[in-house]
Design a protein around this ligand. Sequence first.
Ligand code: NAD
Length: 503
Amino acid sequence: MSVQALHPRAPGGVANARRDAAHFINGEFTQGTSGKNWINRSPLDNSVIGKVPEGGKAEIDVAVRAAHAALEGPWGKLSVAERTDLLGAVADEINARFDDFLEAECLDTGKPYGLASHIDIPRGAANFKMFADTIKTISTEAFTMPTPDGRGALNYALRRPKGVIAVISPWNLPLLLMTWKVGPALACGNTVVVKPSEETPLTATLLGEVMNKVGVPKGVYNVVHGLGPDSAGEYLTQHPLVNGITFTGETRTGEAIMKQAALGIRQVSFELGGKNPALVFADCDLDKAIEGTLRSVFANCGQVCLGTERVYVERPIFDAFVARLKAGAEALKLGRPEEPGVNLGPLISLEHRDKVLSYYRKAVDEGATVVTGGGVPQMPADLANGAWVQPTIWTGLADDAACVQEEIFGPCCHIRPFDSEDEAVTLANATPYGLAASVWTENLSRAHRVAAKLDVGIAWVNSWFLRDLRTAFGGSKASGIGREGGVHSLEFYTEITNVCIKL
Ligand code: NAD
């Protein structure tokens, strides 16, 4: 039964809709056998969206076994062309049901339609097309080698699917980040069991309908809802028939999953937290730097792993930069996803708001000057119970302050002046994280020089979140293990067998 059949969409925008979620196991929607569920609430106003079943050991076991069986079934027998045609059809069907995905994503997250319709849903579809194209065009290596008898030998590499991939995904870009893993996993011939974030169950469930509609064989794509520790997340990553684990989420959770992955020596691919810097040089185009930094700090209410939380500005333009970023932050419009002109939604949950507000208080305790924000905004009565926070800017914190070192994941940043290029690079690299950075300068030599010295996986110059999906994506230090994107995804989602033939 379809999710929508369970709860037909109510008219009148996301606030009035009601939707239950279901597991999707072996091609069927099911509530599972655990008898447990939780209530999914809207971050806009804390109203009930619907019920979500909590999967336990039994649901995970059935899903993993279905995925394992599907490797040997019709899926495993498809040619690359047949498999990639199916993935192209998945992308087309997501686009055909664009409004359903948009509504489901905005129900769970409260993010503005303008954002989700530009990023989350189109990228969710593109992830299937792009990796289908990659796998169709990629070659493997071959070497000839001399041998003592003079006849030589030929080596060539075969890429084989890794097997059953556990996909553990977060809530900030639910469809986009989940398909960023499911797309390449399936393109490479694997099967998947997805454990979406407990905050955002709807689009992963909806994708099950798409898989059935286009004829992806049963058991290839499975979804089991649940929590992390002592629940579906932990049971999935511990299951002995899982061959690889790809995870996006907090660094702390990555540490727990790595221990779970040690059982049976399963490979992990980790995209973890960040505390990303922006370096703004006095020779930048200030209009572009302000516009870009407003996006990198406040987009998705600051809940983007690549988002900027530390801004370093060269001293001659420091005051002007702070004043203009303040004006930009204060002009952001908070409101419902469908409301025209809204560019800031709520945080994902009241619980996450408590965490963000604790940092807002800590910043003051640590001696920050609050340039703007710092608390909870006045919202209209119908939104008063939602997870809203004010966009916030601080100055004056010490470099070792918690708010400068720890990932907050809210709409906030600290701005600090610097006096030399070397100082800016040292400051940028001075956290345990190494995900992304933005450099704002019109000096080409400086741009290349600084980008090469930043200890990050992604260095943007005069831009932010500009993504060519063929390029490597991932973080260094505590921000991750491995790279995904383009051919880099193949390193994780396939096993190479070297065939050596004595001639
Ligand atoms: P989270 O780590 O709390 O949860 C992510 C997922 O892990 C959820 O599905 C959760 O249920 C599951 N989980 C939790 N404990 C588990 C366990 N012991 N075993 C198995 N699964 C478990 O992260 P979140 O709060 O959902 O997302 C925000 C975080 O994600 C931020 O730190 C952000 O920086 C990070 N993130 C990183 C990237 C990246 O590409 N590097 C992208 C987006 C988000």
